[in-house]
Design a protein around this ligand. Structure first.
Ligand SMILES: CC(C)(COP(=O)(O)OP(=O)(O)OC[C@H]1O[C@@H](n2cnc3c(N)ncnc32)[C@H](O)[C@@H]1OP(=O)(O)O)[C@@H](O)C(=O)NCCC(=O)NCCS
Length: 222
């Protein structure tokens, strides 16, 4: 299991970082990979209810990599954190499979409530260096967030968002597969598929809002 995790993670780095020359180089020299290994240990402790130990292990990982991932965070497979320094992922964030995050990305909260308050990031999302994604919002599968963008609203699947506040660019152009740094270099995606993906993202956003409202209502009733 751990071997498979390492193998597929290293492969993901080699596919998504043109600077990665060998698997050994990725294993020894990529703080993003090390941070996820520390997180796996911290998350296991968190799940066992050993909360303080989990925070301690997580903090060790932060000291050594400059990457802060709360031990409660659910990370998907083949996550690539490139460079990574200054990256922060808050407690209730969820990250899908095949996501790419660059240095100084923040998946942060905007409220002091204890419930879900951090983003849910869909499969295949790319978040550029310095981008801040804030609140209990959903970033739809395959979306791209430009460097230094500030995103506070849910983003439909496949869209590219840039700026502060983030706004969509070029709705009709999107890379068919991963491209380093999120820069497309080829064909377009079928617009119908893109629209269906957008509807799915909106639906999942609505579902998560309804479930948050249900939790809030139960808490008020108690
Ligand atoms: C957002 C991004 C994915 C868009 O890539 P793209 O589809 O090739 O877009 P383009 O470069 O054609 O730019 C389209 C428009 O968006 C603007 N734009 C692109 N990225 C932007 C950003 N981060 N912030 C603000 N505007 C941006 C461009 O200036 C251009 O504007 P124009 O139409 O007025 O000329 C890419 O620019 C990006 O930010 N990638 C992240 C890269 C990164 O973090 N690298 C770190 C490596 S260490």
């Amino acid at each position: 299991m751990a071997f498979m995790f390492l193998r597929e993670s290293i492969r993901a780095y080699r596919e998504r970082d043109p600077a990665a020359r060998s698997s050994l180089e990725v294993f020894f020299c990529y703080p993003g990979l090390h941070a996820v290994l520390w997180h796996r240990a911290a998350h296991r402790l968190w799940q066992l209810g050993l909360r303080s130990s989990a925070r301690f292990v997580s903090n060790m990982g932060r000291w050594l990599t400059g990457i802060e991932i709360h031990p409660a965070v659910k990370l998907g497979r083949r996550l690539v954190i490139d460079h990574g320094m200054g990256l922060v992922i808050g407690e209730t964030a969820e990250v899908g499979d095949d996501v790419t995050l660059y240095h100084q990305v923040t998946l942060g909260g905007t409220s002091l409530s204890h419930g879900k308050r951090h983003p849910t990031v869909g499969d295949g999302v790319i978040i550029g260096a310095g981008a801040k994604v804030l609140g209990a919002i959903t970033i739809g599968a395959g979306a791209r967030i430009g460097a230094n963008a500030v995103v506070t609203q849910s983003v439909p699947a496949g869209l590219t968002m840039v700026g502060i506040p983030a706004r969509p660019i070029d709705r009709h152009r999107r890379a068919p597969a991963f491209d380093p740094y999120g820069t497309p270099c080829g064909e377009m995606i079928d617009p119908l598929v893109r629209d269906i993906e957008s509807l799915r993202a909106e639906l999942s956003d609505l579902e998560s809002r309804v479930s948050r409202m249900a939790v809030a209502r139960r808490e008020t009733a108690d």
